[in-house]
Ligand binder design. Structure first.
Ligand code: PHB
Length: 404
């Protein structure tokens, strides 16, 4: 019986032997030989960094549930091996991220990494994954650099780039007659990229950004900024916030009396996973763009939603979909490698993958980021109702990525 460290360190006499069985004996021999060998396989150790506290905690929980559901859907095994999760709360604190991820590799001896929600945390994890030649799957963080100048063979994203989930809103707002807009966000990698992306999309279609405001992450002191917006009287406000901070923003926007006066257009992150926490009609009618929506026509979505609700007693959101898709990517790749987690084989197996996702079919780009549809949605009740397509098969430009 192999122990865990042998399995981690060697390209494995074990899997080589099994491959020989398959090659020599063909299909019949392999299917006869496989079960006994697979049963003997040690668990794959997966290190997962997600926020379990702070404003992004609901996102971390949804991603975790999505991952777990995907694993259940493949009989609790990937590539014939059970999975041991090692979950770490990264608290959305970039300063501690490299150390926490290094501990997962060195102390916990995980085979591969998943993480995280916050762009700063994911950037630190990505550097480590590159330096230590370990596979990293990013189930949320949108930092553009991961698909651009800091892209790497080991880094695969299953969510979106920040650019993808903001640029299409510019045309939508212009089509609805909005000329002057204010933008509002948290001042950190993601927020700043959302601000840049908003300007790019809105100005390209002739709009003018009259105010560009930010506050430190994860501050909830929105009131002074809302006062500035009221004074500037833009035609509309656009913003990026997420998690429980986004819920607080929606409440404050309504309480400041702005909801009735200045329409709110948002990246869909703002209204995902938090609608049930709002006391009243604060989010009703808010329009957004995102790579997921409630009421998509795909069969995969119907199945996924029903399985998620049955398992967790709550409807899924985009973050759950991203966790689930991360599981689908791993499931496919590990079945190609027959459970072997060696970095080279795993990377090769993830190249160009196509995923039949609840969000719709998407393809892993050369820069390792989904090429996907971006939807228009509108809040009705507790749902982000699907209203149309804002951008079809949108790929991040991947500027400066050596893989693309
Ligand atoms: C990010 O930090 O990249 C981020 C966080 C939360 C979101 C989207 C992006 O909902």
């Amino acid at each position: 019986m192999l122990n865990q460290s042998e399995l981690n360190l060697t390209p494995s006499p074990f899997s080589a032997a099994r491959r020989q069985v398959i090659q020599a004996g063909g299909l019949i021999a392999s299917s006869l030989a496989a079960p006994a060998i697979w049963a003997a396989k040690a668990p794959i150790k997966v290190g997962v960094m997600l926020p379990a506290s702070g404003t992004y905690a609901p996102l971390g929980q949804a991603i975790r549930r999505g991952l777990e559901l995907a694993l259940m859907g493949s009989g609790n095994k990937w590539g014939g091996r059970p999975v041991d999760w090692v979950f770490v709360d990264d608290e959305s604190k970039p300063a501690q991220a490299a150390e926490k991820a290094a501990r997962l590799l060195t102390r916990d001896r995980v085979d591969l990494l998943i993480g995280s929600v916050h762009s700063g945390v994911a950037l630190a994890m990505a550097k480590l994954a590159r330096d230590r030649n370990k596979v990293l799957l990013v189930p949320n963080a949108g930092a553009n650099a991961l698909t651009r100048e800091s892209c790497a063979p080991q880094i695969f994203r299953t969510s979106f780039s920040n650019w993808q989930t903001i640029v299409p809103i510019g045309k939508l707002m212009r089509d609805r007659g909005i000329k002057r807009a204010a933008f509002l966000t948290w001042k950190y990698t993601a927020g700043l990229e959302y601000s840049e992306g908003f300007r790019e999309g809105f100005e390209r279609h002739g709009g003018e950004v009259v105010l560009d405001l930010s506050l430190p992450f994860p501050s909830l002191e929105f009131t002074p900024l809302l006062t500035q917006i009221a004074a500037a009287q833009p035609d509309a406000v656009c913003c990026f916030f997420s998690g429980s901070g986004a819920a607080k923003f929606l409440i404050d926007y309504a309480q400041a009396g702005l909801k009735a006066k200045i329409p709110l257009y948002v990246t869909g992150h703002v209204t995902e996973g938090i609608l049930h926490t709002l006391p009243g009609a604060e989010a009703q009618g808010v329009v957004s763009v995102l790579h997921y929506a409630d009421g998509l026509p795909h069969a995969e979505d119907k199945q996924f939603r029903s399985a998620f609700e049955t398992t967790f007693g709550q409807p899924p959101d985009v973050f759950a979909v991203q966790g689930y898709d991360t599981g689908l990517v791993l499931s496919k790749a590990l079945s190609t490698t027959q459970g072997d987690t060696q970095t080279d084989g795993l990377m090769k197996a993830m190249e160009g993958l196509e995923i039949a996702s609840p969000r719709g079919r998407w393809k892993m780009s050369k820069a390792h980021n989904p090429i996907q549809d971006i939807y228009i949605r509108e809040v009705q009740g507790q749902r982000n109702v699907f209203k149309g397509i804002a951008a079809k098969a949108l790929a991040d430009p991947a500027t400066g990525c050596s893989l693309a």
